[in-house]
Design a protein around this ligand. Structure first.
Ligand SMILES: Cc1cc2nc3c(=O)[nH]c(=O)nc-3n(C[C@H](O)[C@H](O)[C@H](O)COP(=O)(O)O)c2cc1C
Length: 210
């Protein structure tokens, strides 16, 4: 068997899939793609119909314009209705995937094994192939249905990473808050970054204050 067909081609930072759905917090998805590109990763990406709508509502710019700005290759941007896209198959090598932000609708679809679009299919492929899958959920408060669906995904191997920034790194701006969440995402995608100061490093506020 040709090893190139079964292993991820070794681009500098590897290959990641970033999916954007219609939850609030589109900027987390956009910034994740930007940070992965800056880290030298090959980024494949897809937005749901409502994901595209929320990107415009919250950032004032269409998803396609952002992707153009980050020089994401056109053949690595998928149509969410396209179940024939490479990411729909386990034979397509990916190092890790993230859905950011992830709506409760998509959480429910994936937790019940229903593929309403290629994002759900790619997530289920990720789970069956035992690859890292990060779900950046965004809803508040959570209903019992949401909690049960998130538990199902966690039990199936996904990492549930709610879009909830911390404050112990003394954020001075919205960018700092966004970068904290994005940094946590990159940690779980196994990508090195310097998006926030880590607790216990000499740079942390606590170290500076003593
Ligand atoms: C501006 C806006 C913000 C939304 N925010 C959320 C949210 O934070 N969480 C959520 O679960 N759904 C949210 N929704 C609803 C989802 O977009 C809706 O459930 C949609 O069906 C999700 O589909 P998708 O998962 O295929 O993108 C929001 C919708 C709009 C228009």
């Amino acid at each position: 068997m040709n090893a190139e067909l079964t292993q991820c081609p070794k681009t500098a930072g590897g290959r990641r899939l970033v999916c954007i759905t219609g939850a609030s917090g589109a900027i987390y998805g956009i910034r994740t793609i930007q940070a992965l590109r800056e880290s030298g990763c090959e980024v494949h990406t897809v937005a749901s119909a409502w994901g595209e709508r929320v990107v415009v509502e919250e950032t004032g710019k269409p998803f396609s314009t952002w992707m153009n700005d980050f020089a994401v290759s056109q053949n690595q941007i998928y149509d969410c209705r396209d179940f024939a896209a490479p990411i729909a198959s386990g034979s397509f090598p990916l190092d890790a995937s993230v859905i950011v932000p992830c709506s409760m609708s998509s959480v429910g679809a994936i937790a019940s094994g229903v593929c309403q679009n290629v994002i759900h299919r790619a997530a289920l492929v990720c789970l069956k192939e035992a690859r890292p899958l990060v779900i950046v959920s965004r809803e508040s408060p959570l209903s019992l249905i949401d909690l049960r669906n998130l538990t199902t995904l966690a039990e199936a191997g996904a990492t549930i990473l709610p879009a909830s920034p911390a404050f112990y790194h003394n954020p001075a701006s919205m960018d700092d808050l966004v970068d904290f969440v994005v940094g946590k995402i990159l940690d779980h995608l196994h990508v090195e970054h310097r998006l926030f100061k880590r607790w216990g490093s000499v740079e942390t506020p606590s170290a500076r204050n003593v």
